[in-house]
Design a protein around this ligand. Structure first.
Ligand code: SF4
Length: 313
């Protein structure tokens, strides 16, 4: 994939208008993501470039100006997140440089930061985490510890042993990292043996908290998975979605959820195995609108600072 630099015209601190992160500004360093996971919903957005990733060259400059402006108006948000439509720690020196610059900017402005990554966390970021431990809420994405899963579904991300080592280091820093087990692949990563292997390792590195959700299918995601996965792997996955209606989930009106009975049984199994290893599980409410709502935000909404109100709607 090719990295191109472009100028960002719109504001950097954008409020997602959906889900439990609604109202918390999120930052996107790039359009597209070098990890190119086969199931990635963001790759199927019409505005995502094909075979390219666009890096916003003027992002730090713009963000600095926005922070100053919001501070003057008394409207600086207490918390920002990094968008889940692109990974904060992608394997490219320019993206790494920008990620560190932006992290430094928001942390030195006193903002709390949450991020979700499947990438290699660079050494310089660890120094920042150690300097601002109370402002960081890290989340590590990890669905399976199987090498085959990694090779087939997310080969450009950091391998599971690296992510586990990073989790252990985050725990040692006292940052209370949570783990995002999403997308659970029905019939593959939700089987007892696979879940036991995952939760055993998570408990060994000291993780305590997990949020889960199953793979959701959209037309673009189906095309991309059909193209990039062997038939013998993708064919059996599709049967868990057969006959399911297209429905609105989060922002997309054409989403298929795995059959309810499959998710129900899978979540029960996940909760049982996780609790056996001492981990608590939250089911992502946004991606399971037919289940009782459970929030899986990195920080609870009520913990936002009253002196630093979020943007007004
Ligand atoms: S790391 Fe996240 S944003 Fe990047 S391709 Fe994978 S799923 Fe998409």
């Amino acid at each position: 994939m090719y990295l191109r630099t472009i100028e960002r015209k719109t504001p950097v601190l954008k409020k997602p208008a959906f889900g439990c992160l609604k109202g918390t500004p999120s930052i996107n360093l790039t359009r597209g993501c070098l990890h190119a996971c086969v199931y990635c919903y963001a790759r199927a957005f019409p505005e995502t470039p094909d075979r390219e990733v666009w890096l916003y060259a003027n992002l730090s400059e713009k963000l600095k100006a926005e922070i100053q402006r919001l501070k003057l108006r008394g409207k600086l948000p207490a918390t920002v997140t990094f968008s889940t439509a692109s990974d904060l720690f992608q394997p490219h020196p320019e993206i790494k440089r920008l990620a560190l610059e932006v992290l430094r900017l928001v942390l030195s402005a006193g903002l709390r930061v949450s991020f979700l990554t499947k990438g290699f966390i660079p050494e310089e970021a660890w120094a920042l985490f150690a300097d601002y431990p109370s402002l960081i809420k890290p989340r590590i994405g990890l669905v399976s510890v199987s090498r085959d899963y990694h090779r087939l579904f997310e080969p450009r991300t950091a391998p599971p042993p690296v992510r586990l080592a990073q989790l252990e280091r985050l725990v040692a820093l006292g940052l209370n990292p949570s783990v995002r087990v999403d997308p659970v692949i029905p019939g593959l990563t939700d089987q007892e043996e696979a879940l036991e292997a995952l939760f055993r390792r998570l408990s060994l590195v000291g993780a305590k908290e997990v949020s889960v959700s199953y793979l959701v299918l959209r037309p673009g995601v189906i095309r991309q998975m059909a193209r990039e996965l062997p038939n013998k792997i993708f064919g059996p996955i599709l049967k868990y979605y057969k006959g399911q209606p297209w429905q609105k989930v989060i922002t997309s009106a054409t989403t298929k959820l795995a059959k309810r009975a499959v998710r129900e049984e899978g979540f029960r199994r996940i909760k049982d195995i996780a609790s056996h290893f001492g981990l608590t599980v939250r089911i992502c409410g946004c991606k399971n609108p037919d289940f009782p709502f459970e929030a899986c935000t990195p920080w609870e909404i009520e913990s936002f600072s009253p002196e630093l109100p979020l943007f007004q709607n």
